[in-house]
Design a protein around this ligand. Structure first.
Ligand code: SF4
Length: 440
């Protein structure tokens, strides 16, 4: 019998599109609607792999049954003096909660993949605040959208379709009523669609943002006097961050005079040489623009539920990543309690990894150290871990096999539904099972 599920959410990227239709027959997806070029292969690969869980290349610990694996993992953690719980960007709220619970009882450090991607953005917003809105508000109200250091046509293929091209309540013409600007170091696919492309030199974002802050506040640039005198106002003679002054003035005018502006920023700006300062400058520019118009900033989060991991850690410990629970209360210190730093300094003796895709973001030496300590890895079906874990669990997928919640990149919680049946345990069940055996 065929059953059609409407409004299913895809968690392959931070857009978490929740308008997917799936037709299911004999516990297999036979057709789908609205999955993009990124979502379709990932979604279908997960579904296929779930029914063919591979048992290749397994050590004795992996060929054990679930009970023995849980016991083995519990023994590793019970004997550990400095455990680390890491990952969680492809999990869901129940998995995040179970991971925090386990870390809390173990007195472990818990860290998410945010520490290797948008950590600088999170720390910047903790310093200077953030003017935000939901993606729905952007769609319905914005007449100016900027992608800064982000190429959504590749990383978030439906972002433009859903929030820029789509008509909104106050923007009935959709894309034709909206100006699209791309700021990047190279002409990307998204830049080709833009009304204005501003090519900033690598590492020049901070200077460009400072110039925009000055201009949008009506202040002269540099020591050369007011910008309208046409005197050279910077040491680089007529350009800042590789962008001509004339173009910067034009951009500043557009920012000040739009009715509602939104800037989405991505890895291009979070991985500069001074990421915190650069993102602080961007967030301050956006805050200051609210003296003249309405303007918001949002991070382009990549994995489907990395925002959820931040949110759950924050509501449970007070901090979004890099939290040390060893003293029985949470301590937060990026660079000290983040996974990469701990592995680099060889300060952990057992690691629980919820979603091994986060391992690729660690440096080669950090990955090398992982191979020398006992590791417990929980992965979705078909995911290949880059090293051989001591204990490996294959878990069911939230949004396919299990209900849950994913947080979209704008931190709006989206319910995930179970549309397929599976014998695989959820990561919540595995983490809870390990905890119960540690406590016994
Ligand atoms: S844009 Fe992202 S969430 Fe939406 S269908 Fe594509 S991969 Fe899935």
């Amino acid at each position: 019998m065929t059953k059609t599920h409407h409004d299913v959410a895809c968690t392959v990227c931070g857009c978490v599109c929740d308008d997917i239709s799936l037709e299911v027959r004999d516990n297999q997806i036979v057709s789908h609607k609205n999955l993009c070029t990124l979502g379709e292969p990932a979604f279908l690969e997960l579904t296929d792999a779930a029914s063919l869980v591979s048992h290749k290349k397994q050590l004795p610990a992996q060929t054990l049954g679930l009970e023995e694996k849980l016991q083995c993992a519990a023994e590793i953690l019970a004997n550990s003096r400095a455990p680390l719980v890491y990952g969680m960007s492809r999990s869901s709220t129940p998995g995040h909660r179970a991971a925090v619970r386990l870390a809390d009882k173990l007195g472990a450090v818990i860290d998410t993949t945010a520490s290797t991607c948008h950590a600088a953005s999170i720390m910047a917003l903790q310093q200077v605040g953030e003017s935000t809105a939901s993606l729905g508000e952007v769609r319905h109200r914005s007449d100016l959208v900027i992608y800064w250091g982000s190429n959504p046509l590749v990383s978030h293929p439906r972002h433009i379709e859903r929030f820029v091209d789509a008509p909104g309540q106050f923007i009935p013409g959709g894309r034709k009523d909206r100006k699209l600007i791309v700021v990047d170091t190279e002409k990307t696919k998204t830049a080709e669609l833009a009304d204005i492309f501003i090519q900033v030199e690598p590492g020049g974002d901070f200077e460009l943002l400072c110039a925009l802050r000055m201009l949008t506040q009506g202040k002269p640039l540099g020591v050369g006097g007011p910008i309208h005198t046409n005197q050279p106002s910077t040491s680089v003679g007529g350009s800042i961050g590789g962008v001509e002054l004339e173009q910067i003035e034009h951009l500043a005018k557009l920012l000040r005079t739009c009715h509602y502006g939104a800037v989405f920023f991505g890895f291009g700006i979070t991985h500069t040489s001074v990421p915190h300062a650069t993102i602080e400058a961007l967030l301050q520019l956006v805050t200051e623009l609210n003296d003249h118009t309405r303007f918001i900033a949002r991070r382009m989060r990549i994995p489907g539920d990395v925002s959820g991991a931040d949110s759950v850690l924050t509501w449970q410990t007070g901090f979004p990543f890099g939290v040390n629970l060893a003293r029985g209360y949470p301590r937060y210190n990026p660079g000290e309690y983040t996974a990469g730093s701990l592995l680099e300094r060889k300060e952990v003796d057992a690691v629980v990894i919820v979603g091994s895709e986060g391992v690729a973001k660690l440096s080669p030496s950090e990955q090398e150290y992982l191979k020398t300590v006992p590791t417990i890895v929980l992965d979705y079906p078909g995911r290949e871990c880059s090293f051989q874990p001591t204990v490996q669990f294959t878990t069911g997928v939230y949004g396919l096999h299990y209900e849950g919640t994913a947080y979209r990149m704008d931190e709006v919680p989206i319910p995930l539904r179970a549309v397929l049946q599976s014998d695989l345990p959820s990561d919540e069940q595995v983490l809870q099972g390990i905890l119960e055996r540690v406590l016994n």
